[in-house]
Write a protein that binds this ligand. Structure first.
Ligand code: ATP
Length: 371
């Protein structure tokens, strides 16, 4: 069992409070992504788990051991850095063997483990070469192979794909996901790339200003962001937000929006639209949940198409509603023309309501317990 339990951890750099009272549990074999904008403290938190930084308060447990005061080499972790950090003067074999040699494992075991790790990463044919003769993607594989060869209880990865070009990143993303699901090693993976986070993690912890603001399954975070920051950070395009004045009449909602007033049925399943209290709110809606209409209808907000971006599999529209701009996704064969007058249909069961003052979702749930 290698569960990670971070409890009430604080980390300061002089006066910068980089990690603020963070508590986080990563279940045994779980793949947790720490996601957040630059400077939010995710690398610092990862380095605290690794033992590369001392925490100023709080505790860290790995499995049944309190590792708060243990040096990195005694934590049974392995780390993969953004910079790969492969040793140029050693062959690929010796690079992968590095941790095993440090642990003074017998030569036969070193050979076997290096071979196994190399096979998992599909780099067996590189073992006798030097890293200089390997591509960027291959070097990243060498770094990952070196980390997993020691059979760590916990794998910590800090933006491991961000030095790769876009195509390679895509390929390595899927490959790492496969690898990690085969290995079943408890993993914490730091990234600022929300697509990576959504596509790879069992769970995502979103950080902002040293605090974990939401911790849940990827699609739960996507559909039900805890606040405006998370809804704007996760998803491409980000969630649309419009100021709304809500009135309730006979189970229906009258919603005044920048582009006009819409009448919405309360969803049959008692979804979020039904729960919106009257008053000044923010309406959140994902671009793909808006439907394009060519005629006025009560449940649609009027707008003007500004930009049409054909993206092959779909079109991305920028639509002006009142003074605001929203994004809408339409099927590839359902296109529009800039300047065209359109109506964007709001599906009541897909609307997400936030408090105008705090920016917090009305239905924000407490963080989910780990799977
Ligand atoms: P990035 O994605 O840019 O690496 P991050 O979310 O990983 O960002 P951290 O690197 O953890 O953020 O930094 C958190 C805060 O702590 C930032 O304000 C940063 O400037 C500060 N910080 C990080 N390392 C140090 C250090 N060694 N000395 C002083 N301040 C630091």
């Amino acid at each position: 069992m290698a569960e990670i339990r971070v409890q009430n951890v604080h980390k300061f750099y002089d006066r910068v409070h980089a990690v603020r009272d963070v508590s986080l549990t990563v279940a045994d074999r779980e793949f947790l992504v720490l996601l957040g904008p630059s400077g939010c403290g995710k690398t610092t938190l990862l380095r605290c788990i690794a033992g590369l930084e001392r925490v100023d308060a709080g505790s860290i447990r790995i499995g049944d051991r309190d590792v708060t005061e243990l040096p990195p080499r005694r934590r049974r972790i392995a780390m993969v850095f953004q910079s790969y950090a492969v040793f140029p003067h050693m062959t690929v074999f010796e690079n992968i063997a590095f941790g095993l040699r440090m642990q003074k494992r017998p030569a036969a075991e070193v050979r076997r483990r290096v071979q196994e790790a190399a096979e998992l990463l599909h780099i067996e044919n590189l073992l006798e070469r030097h890293p200089a003769a390997a591509s960027g993607g291959q070097r990243q594989r060498i770094a990952v192979a070196r980390a997993i060869a020691v059979g760590p209880e916990v794998l910590l990865m800090d933006e491991p794909l961000s030095n790769l070009d876009a195509l390679l990143r895509l390929e390595m993303r899927a490959e790492l996901k496969r690898l990690l699901s085969e290995l079943k090693t408890t993993t914490v993976y730091v990234t600022h790339d929300q697509v990576e986070a959504l596509s790879m993690g069992d769970r995502i912890a979103v950080m902002r200003d040293g605090v974990i603001v939401q911790d849940d399954r990827p699609l739960a975070i996507y559909d039900r962001p805890v606040d405006r920051f998370v809804g704007g950070f996760i998803g491409n395009p980000p969630m649309n937000f419009l100021d709304a004045e809500v009135e309730r009449t006979d189970g229906r909602l009258r919603v005044r929006l920048p582009g006009g007033t819409v009448e919405l049925a309360a969803p049959a399943d008692g979804g979020l639209g039904a729960d919106a209290p009257p008053g000044r709110l923010i309406l959140g809606v994902r671009a793909e949940n808006l439907e394009l209409a060519r005629q006025s209808r009560p449940d649609a907000v009027e707008g003007e198409v500004l930009v049409v971006e054909p993206l092959g599999s779909h079109n991305l529209l920028t639509v002006a509603v009142g003074e605001e701009r929203i994004k809408a996704v339409t099927r590839a064969d359902e296109t529009a023309t800039p300047g065209e007058h359109v109506w964007m249909v709001l599906p009541p069961e897909k609307l997400w309501w936030l408090d105008r003052e705090t920016g917090r979702a009305l239905a924000a749930e407490p963080p989910a317990a780990p799977a």
